[in-house]
Design a protein around this ligand. Structure first.
Ligand code: TXA
Ligand code: MG
Length: 301
C-alpha cells in the first residue's frame, strides 16, 4: 500500500529484506513491537548505538534494552538464573524486560548499558520484529522510538512525527496492541520491579512464588524510567479529578464526562487493558490540540 510518508514501509518480503540490509549496514530503523514502537540498531555496533542516542537526544547515562529472538541467543551476553527461567517460560516472548548480569566477554556495546555491569534483556512478541531478529546474527538495542522524555509511539506515524525524515525507514506493523512499555524487573539480586509495565507485579509474584517488598522511597534512581519528567505531552495531565482548572487535561475511565472540554476517556467500558492501549495515543491527541491552537490558554482542549 502506498502512503504519503516516504520513509514508512508496509509489511512484505521486499521491505523486510530492505530493513535487514539497513541494520546490517549499521543504520537505525523504526520497528513495531507489541508494546510500543522502537528505534532499533545493532547492539554490538558502536556507531549504530551512537546513532540511536543522538537521534533520541538520550542522555548517555540511560541504558538501552537489548532485544533477542530467544533464550538460545543470550548465553554469550548474560548470566541467567532460576527466577529468569521461570519468568521466561511463562511470559516470553512478551512484554517483560529482565536486568541480568553482563558476561565479561559480551559483545554488547558499553554505551548500550551505560557502562553498567548489567544488561536489560527482552524477547519481543510482534511478528515483524521477530522475523527480523531471526534473520540477523546480533541482538537489537531498541529504546522506544521517541525523542527523550516525549510520548512513546504506538503507530508508524507517531514515529514519523518524532523523527520526520531523520531515519531512513519506519516499518509499519499497525498499532501496537498493548500500547504501554514492558515491565522492567531487576533479577540480579532479590527480584525488584524497576519500571511498572503491562505485566503486573501480582502476576510476577504468582509465578515466582514471592512477595515484593512494600515500596520505600528510593533516593537513588536505579532506572531512568523513574525520573520525574517522563512521557510528557507538554501540559499537566490529571487523572480521576472532576473540577477543571483550565490549565490541565483530564483523563478518566468510563463515559461520565463525555462532552466536557479537556476531558478524555481512556476506555468507555472502564476496561484496563483498553485504557493502557489508549494512554499514549490520548497523550498525543492532547499534545496536538494544545499546540495546534497556539493560544495562551488551555481552554482550547
Ligand atoms: O516495551 C519496551 O520495553 C520498549 C520496546 C521498544 O521494547 N522499549 C523501551 O525502551 O521502553 P526505553 O529505552 O524507552 O526504556 C528502557 C528502560 C529505561 O527506563 C532504562 O533506564 C531501563 O529500561 N534500563 C535499560 N537497561 C537497564 C539496566 N541495565 N539497568 C537498569 N535499567 C535499565
Ligand atoms: Mg522510552
Amino acid at each position: 500500500m502506498k502512503n504519503s510518508y516516504l520513509n514508512i514501509f508496509s509489511f512484505n518480503k521486499k521491505n523486510l529484506n530492505k530493513t535487514i540490509k539497513l541494520l546490517n549496514k549499521g543504520e537505525i530503523v523504526g520497528l513495531p513491537t507489541e508494546t510500543v514502537y522502537g528505534l532499533a540498531g545493532n547492539a554490538y555496533d558502536k556507531l549504530a548505538v551512537k546513532k540511536i542516542f543522538n537521534a533520541k537526544k538520550r542522555p548517555k547515562y540511560n541504558p538501552l534494552i537489548v532485544h533477542y529472538n530467544s533464550i538460545k541467543n543470550i548465553s554469550k551476553d548474560v548470566k541467567t538464573n532460576l527466577f529468569f527461567m521461570k519468568l521466561y517460560k511463562r511470559l516470553c516472548p512478551g512484554p517483560i524486560t529482565f536486568i541480568l548480569k553482563k558476561k565479561k566477554n559480551s559483545k554488547v556495546n558499553n554505551q548500550v548499558t551505560a557502562n553498567l555491569k548489567t544488561i536489560a534483556v527482552r524477547f519481543p512478541k510482534h511478528k515483524i520484529v521477530r522475523s527480523i531478529l531471526r534473520s540477523i546474527d546480533y541482538p537489537l538495542a531498541m529504546p522506544s522510538a521517541n525523542i527523550s522524555s516525549s510520548i512513546s509511539p504506538v503507530t508508524a506515524i507517531d514515529v514519523y512525527e518524532e523523527f520526520k525524515n531523520k531515519i531512513k525507514l519506519i516499518f509499519d506493523g499497525g498499532k501496537s496492541k498493548i500500547g504501554i512499555e514492558s515491565t522492567v524487573i531487576d533479577l540480579t539480586n532479590e527480584p525488584k520491579i524497576l519500571r511498572p509495565g503491562f505485566i503486573s507485579s501480582s502476576k510476577i509474584e504468582k509465578i515466582l512464588k514471592i512477595k515484593f517488598k512494600k515500596k520505600i522511597k528510593e533516593k537513588k534512581i536505579k532506572s531512568p524510567g523513574m525520573l520525574k519528567r517522563h512521557y510528557s505531552p507538554g501540559i499537566p495531565i490529571k487523572i480521576n479529578q472532576i473540577k477543571p482548572d483550565y490549565k490541565s487535561a483530564y483523563i478518566y475511565l468510563g463515559k461520565r464526562f463525555k462532552n466536557r472540554k479537556g476531558f478524555f476517556s481512556l476506555s468507555k467500558n472502564s476496561n484496563l487493558n483498553e485504557a493502557a492501549s489508549n494512554l499514549y495515543r490520548t497523550f498525543r491527541i492532547i499534545k496536538k490540540k494544545r499546540f495546534q491552537k497556539n493560544t495562551n490558554s488551555f481552554n482550547s482542549l
